[in-house]
Design a protein. Structure first.
Length: 554
């Protein structure tokens, strides 16, 4: 029996580091995923066109948030959480290694499938284990603090991984970077095994209660129709929503959405209001994820081509020593051909079309820098890797979490703390403002004619991170507060479903990047979507707050 003087259970640090390493691997591949897909075959990439890469990225992250719906059920009722973590972690690790080892496109998709399935088992199970550890006294009072510590581990992993990815990609190549993600996942499983004796007591499967949804019902009434609908969406002639994969995903979601709508329709009078409130929150939240998850697509493209990534002279040698830079020849050579919107031109075999000239990075450097380079040509110009910008959001999460939590605690002491739905609506509005920061970046660079400071991206990520901290944790909190107890797992699955749909839409939205000659309009559309979500949230806020009050929660 652990000492009652301990603030947290002994299993916490093991789960902390397990999740940190798992997220290290997951976010490592997200940071380089699109860059790898559009990179020419000559340099180890897949040579996909940019729109196809965006579509695949959106589908991938969408499915990683859809499979926890089923994985959580299987862990709850059949496997247990410990076994589910081992299965999920092993599948993800093999998927990461597969991306690095196999260069065939068919194996690329097989590796993606392993990661998607593995995440479905792993993601809900480790969070449930953590919650179960805090169910006994004297730890219960520190449950929120335990989750805050756990969330910090996620972001430490997400912050560090892109630095390691840049090192591995520059020194070795794409394959070695992906394999590093797999190594991280297996390190996480080793740490989990070391702490197993402190964790096993939390491996308590949920007992079946009267009124619980059966796994067979979920499989037959939800997933089987979803699979059939997805196949129909894939094989129908032409494209309704832009691509076969998007059609398949949207079609597959329809039976699942119908299932949740019918939960509300058939609910008794007591459950109808809270279920309806949650469905409304899910609807506005997916708009947030549709914009937020463009960090791996549109914002990565902005970092790659429109951001000044040059390393200050004082840092060139230290950075060169640890390979955190791309070396670019400024002198005239055979380079790839790009159109006005920085789409690499490739032949039918996927090989880049080349011409004599300078590297594409130098097309829109400032006149001052161009003059210096031409007057004093150097052998190399050192640049920060594009994927390093993927560490900015987790950096802001680590820095701003205490600020946001402290701000709401101050309001609580004054009796003015907003309700959970109010925080979500506030998060949507703040996130919308981040799009205006990027509109400013477009005008500062004269629509890409001149590269802009990296501080524009840093600022945009900072603003949307505040929105994320108001919305993402609050969404999970709202599910736990409002869900009828017998369907809490189902409603948590609904939250992940809204995240999944939002993730897919992020890829769809990013694929329209090249349809906007003025890039400011792209970000204005994103701003409009989040502003619309904010207005929808405000329109139902009074009703949501009333339901919260009736349930006796804030």
């Amino acid at each position: 029996m652990e000492k009652s003087t301990s603030k947290h259970p002994k299993g916490l640090p093991y789960l902390f580091f397990t999740e940190m390493w798992e997220r290290f691997g997951y976010y490592l591949i997200l940071g380089i995923f699109v860059l790898y897909m559009i990179d020419p075959k000559e340099t180890g990439g897949l040579a996909f066109n940019d729109k196809n890469a965006d579509d695949i990225f959106g589908t991938f992250i969408a499915l990683t948030y859809l499979t926890p719906f089923l994985g959580g059920f299987l862990a709850d009722r059949v496997l247990g959480y410990v076994k589910a973590i081992y299965i999920g972690g092993a599948l993800m690790g093999l998927g990461y290694v597969g991306l690095g080892v196999f260069k065939e496109v068919s194996m690329f998709y097989v590796s993606m499938a392993l990661i998607i399935l593995g995440n479905g088992f792993f993601k809900p199970s480790i969070s449930t284990l953590l919650g179960n550890l805090y169910e006994e006294e004297p730890y219960r009072i520190n449950k929120d603090a335990g989750y805050n510590i756990f969330y910090m581990g996620i972001n430490i992993g997400a912050f560090a991984c892109n630095i390691i990815a840049a090192f591995m990609r520059n020194k070795f190549g794409w394959g070695e970077a992906f394999i590093t993600a797999g190594v991280g996942m297996f390190i996480g499983l080793i740490i989990f095994s070391l702490g197993r004796k402190h964790i096993m007591k939390a491996n308590v499967k949920k007992p079946v209660q009267e009124g619980d949804t059966k796994i067979s019902d979920v499989l037959v009434k939800v997933f089987l129709p979803a699979i059939i609908a997805g196949i129909i969406g894939w094989i129908i002639p032409g494209n309704i929503f832009g691509s076969d994969s998007t059609d398949a995903f949207i079609f597959a979601c329809l039976p699942v959405i119908y299932f949740y709508v019918m939960l509300w329709v058939k609910a008794n009078a007591e459950d109808k209001k809270p279920i309806g409130a949650l469905l409304a929150i899910f609807a506005v939240s997916l708009m947030f994820w549709a914009v937020f998850k463009q960090n791996g697509t549109a914002l990565t493209r902005w970092a790659n081509y429109y951001t000044d990534r040059s390393v200050p002279a004082a840092l060139e040698k230290p950075l060169e020593a640890i390979y955190l830079v791309d070396a670019k020849d400024y002198q005239t050579k055979e380079v790839g051909v790009f159109d006005d919107q920085y789409q690499a031109q490739k032949d039918e075999a996927g090989k880049p079309i080349k011409e004599q000239g300078k590297d594409i990075y130098f097309r829109n450097v400032s006149p001052e820098k161009k003059a210096v380079l031409e007057a004093n040509p150097t052998d190399k110009v050192y640049l920060y890797n594009t994927e390093l910008f993927q560490s900015v959001n987790p950096f802001w999460v680590i820095v701003l979490t205490p600020v946001v939590v402290g701000f709401f605690m101050m309001l609580r002491r004054k009796g003015k703390e907003p309700t959970t739905p109010s925080k979500i609506v506030l998060g949507l509005f703040i996130s919308a403002l981040s799009c205006l920061v990027m509109v400013g970046a477009v005008y500062a660079g004269n629509n890409g004619a001149v590269k802009v400071s990296a501080l524009w991206l840093v600022a945009a990520y900072g603003v949307i991170t505040v929105g994320e901290l108001c919305l993402s944790p609050m969404g999970l909190s709202l599910v736990s507060k409002l869900s009828p107890p017998r369907i809490t797992a189902l409603m948590m699955g609904g939250f992940f479903l809204s995240t999944s749909i939002g993730n897919k839409l992020s890829g769809v939205l990013a694929s329209f990047w090249y349809d906007y000659e003025n890039k400011a309009n792209f970000f204005i559309v994103n701003f409009g979507l989040l502003l619309l979500a904010t207005l929808l949230g405000l329109s139902i806020l009074k009703r949501l707050n009333k339901i919260m009050k009736e349930k006796g929660v804030n």
